[in-house]
Design a protein around this ligand. Structure first.
Ligand SMILES: *[C@@H]1O[C@H](CO)[C@@H](O)[C@H](O)[C@H]1NC(C)=O
Ligand SMILES: *[C@@H]1O[C@H](CO)[C@@H](O)[C@H](O)[C@H]1NC(C)=O
Ligand SMILES: *[C@@H]1O[C@H](CO)[C@@H](O)[C@H](O)[C@H]1NC(C)=O
Length: 676
């Protein structure tokens, strides 16, 4: 209200000592401002004011209002602050007395001090902090500090506003004593995860014109409540791991986030306890790393399902799962199991005879489990596969015990992994004998030599036959085959020792009677049926010098004298006669040579060494005796040599009668015979 709007309340008291005037002024008028024309209002002359030494009396310690006697007005002497004067008391007034002397008069002046809106609402603190749990229920109330406005009436505190109005609304309660209760009411639930700090401004306004206001800043810190469960980033994780991965291998890192704060947001991970023991192979650490802690074996599990859980410290949790594909590694050798086998088969077993049946298992997958079996070396066997994993070892050609009586069959089964793994097994197979080999003589034919005149029973020779079979099938007996030699059974010539093949002469042979003969010896084995073969043995009888030469001519007769005639006219080299001898032996034993052993006249005759011809070696003279006697020795060339002698009578004469007279008693020629 302006200073021109003064309210005059004038009460003219008829009591001479007491007149009363009231003024109303706003507070805070500038010093010197006129409060009122007291002279006029009291109906006093200015002169009277002077003469009466009009002055103001007040009980207040401070004199706010001064009197101007000259002008007859009251004016503001000191600053008037309604609020410090009266605080909230209404009305607020200054009570003055104007005292006049001569005569003494007393006037009461009341100066009402009206309020001016010169105070804004104010709060004791300019900031207020709240910590409110995000779980606070809507409707929860939070008492706010009230503002104070020293002004009164319309200038006093009028209303509050709270901004922004997101979560909280203001509740203002008016009591009968006018004191308001200001509260902040939770209107919409708090969510720390969305807004952790809320700044509000509480404004208190008064009703003055212009309006004044005061504010307090309200800071709300939303306290976390474990209202968020951890959430895995994926509801299903996929991972792959090679089997046999070492312990400590990190498989995958999972993560769950928790919107809460502090411990409420701290997530711990675990592998859910499942009945499934597979999951023992994995653990999860505080960082969400899934780590191998046990055996990962493709052969036991081709994949794992790991149920995992994330839990915050408040016990809220989420679960997820990890599907782990296990990658096969070639870590298994093929395993060979012999299901049945023969240790011994006959050598005449037909092709495709089954020797063994076996299975091969490799638990690895695909190529790592794909198995091929083969036989080491070049053996007459092959592996045939009947069905998956089942194999049989069969013969693939004819067997021959005589070539190989035992086989060590090494079979190797390898998988197709890289690198490949393999297993081997060795089967020993014995080949049993079948009598499929006849005895075979060491030579296709034999020739044996025996010197005639042998002693009967002499062993001549040994034939030998071998049989490639075994044992009884190879036991050879020798049998002389029936035949005849010159019409005589051969068994009367030779015998054969059944066991040893030694051939013995049964008789003494005479080369001059039989020079050779042959027969057959059979070799037979002990098989059933037996097999045999035969060989021709030719026996050659060797000559012995067992016959002396025999002189055929000249014939040696006892008494008769045969003489060869040599005419006296015979020349040198005249063929007198020829000694003819034979030797029934043969060869050197029958090779004869002739020598002159003794002669009447050695100078007259010679004997041809080879042919036995007796010739003259000089001309015959008349002096030569008629009667000439020669002794010729015939020797064979045997060792030792044998010989025969022959006496040849020669007559040197021209006529036969001449001869006769001379040859009377040739044989009784003692002297000659002694010289022989
Ligand atoms: C206080 O202010 C609010 C909003 O600003 C209003 O709705 C309400 O009526 C006011 N109260 C008074 C007494 O003026
Ligand atoms: C088979 O193996 C055995 C034992 O190793 C050995 O004594 C035998 O000589 C082998 N046989 C052949 C035919 O290799
Ligand atoms: C002797 O063997 C030959 C073949 O070497 C055969 O032809 C013949 O029949 C055999 N003789 C006997 C008596 O076994």
């Amino acid at each position: 209200m302006g200073r021109h709007g003064l309210i005059f309340i004038m009460i003219i008291s008829l009591d001479s000592v007491l007149g009363q005037v009231s003024y109303s002024i706003p507070e805070e008028m500038v010093k010197g401002s006129v409060v009122g024309n007291i002279a006029r209002d009291l109906g006093l002359d200015v002169k009277r004011l002077k003469s009466g030494k009009a002055r103001i009396f007040t009980s207040d310690s401070v004199q706010y209002i001064e009197l101007s006697r000259e002008r007859g007005v009251l004016f503001v002497k000191d600053r008037i602050d309604r609020e410090s004067l009266c605080r909230q008391t209404t009305p607020c007034a200054l009570h003055l007395q104007i005292i006049l002397e001569n005569p003494m008069e007393l006037f009461r002046i009341t100066v009402e001090i009206t309020d001016v809106n010169d105070n804004s609402p104010s709060f004791k603190n300019d900031q207020r902090r709240f910590e409110i749990s995000e779980s606070a229920v809507t409707g929860s109330k939070f008492v706010l500090e009230r503002a104070v406005d020293a002004d009164i009436g319309v200038n006093g505190l009028k209303n509050y506003t709270l901004k922004p109005t997101g979560n909280f609304v203001l509740s203002i309660q008016s009591h009968s004593d006018g004191i308001k209760k200001v509260e902040m009411v939770l209107h919409k639930p708090l969510d720390r995860e969305k807004e952790e700090h809320i700044s509000l401004l509480l404004t208190a306004v008064d009703g003055g014109e212009p309006q004044m206001s005061g504010t307090v800043k309200i800071d709300v810190t939303v306290l976390d409540v474990n209202d968020n469960a951890p959430v895995f980033t994926q509801s299903l994780y996929k991972a792959a791991i090679a089997e046999n991965s070492p312990i400590g291998t990190t498989l995958i890192t999972v993560s769950a986030s928790d919107a809460d704060k502090g411990t409420n947001g701290e997530v711990s991970y675990s592998v859910s306890t499942a009945i499934d023991s597979e999951t023992d192979s994995f653990t999860i650490n505080e960082n969400g790393d899934v780590i191998v802690v046990g055996e990962v074996d493709f052969e036991k599990a081709k994949y794992y399902r790991i149920d995992i859980e994330a839990q915050d410290s408040g016990g809220l949790s989420d679960s997820s799962k990890i599907i782990v594909d296990v990658i096969d590694v070639n870590d298994n050798k093929p395993v060979i199991s012999i299901l049945s086998k023969s240790d011994l088969i006959r050598e005449d077993s037909p092709q495709n005879t089954v020797i063994a049946m076996f299975s091969v298992l490799d638990p690895d997958s695909s190529n790592n489990g794909q198995v091929n079996c083969r036989i080491s070396g070049k053996l007459p066997f092959t592996i045939s596969t009947s069905s998956n994993d089942f194999y049989s070892l069969v013969t693939d050609s004819e067997l021959d015990r005589e070539r190989s009586s035992e086989y060590n069959i090494s079979m190797t089964c390898s998988d197709e992994g890289v690198p490949s793994l393999s297993s081997s097994v060795t089967l020993t197979l014995q080949i049993s004998d079948v009598n499929d080999n006849a005895p075979v003589f060491e030579r296709s034919s034999y020739e044996a030599y025996i010197i005639e005149n042998n002693t009967p029973g002499l062993s001549i020779f040994t034939v030998k036959a071998r049989d490639a079979d075994w044992n009884q099938n190879a036991r050879v007996s020798y049998i002389l085959e029936d035949s005849s030699v010159n019409g005589v059974p051969v068994s009367s010539y030779v015998s054969v020792s059944a066991d040893s093949g030694v051939i013995h002469a049964v008789r003494s042979f005479d080369y001059e009677q039989i020079k050779d003969f042959h027969f057959r010896v059979k070799a037979q084995d002990g098989g059933s049926p037996p097999l045999s073969s035969n060989v021709t043995v030719k026996v050659l009888i060797q000559d012995q010098n067992d016959n002396p030469p025999q002189v055929l001519y000249p014939v040696q007769t006892g008494g008769s004298l045969v003489a060869e005639m040599v005419p006296r006219s015979a020349d040198v080299g005249y063929l007198v006669t020829k000694v003819v001898a034979v030797d029934v032996d043969s060869g050197q034993n029958a090779w004869l040579s002739y020598k002159l052993q003794k002669a009447t006249d050695r100078a007259l005759f010679e004997v041809g060494l080879q042919n036995g011809e007796i010739r003259t070696i000089r001309g015959v003279t008349d002096k030569d005796a008629v009667k000439q006697r020669l002794t010729v020795i015939v020797e064979d060339n045997g060792q030792p040599s044998r010989s025969a002698t022959v006496i040849v009578n020669v007559a040197v004469a021209d006529s036969f009668p001449e001869v006769l007279s001379e040859f009377t008693d040739y044989t009784q020629d003692k002297e000659y015979n002694d010289n022989l």
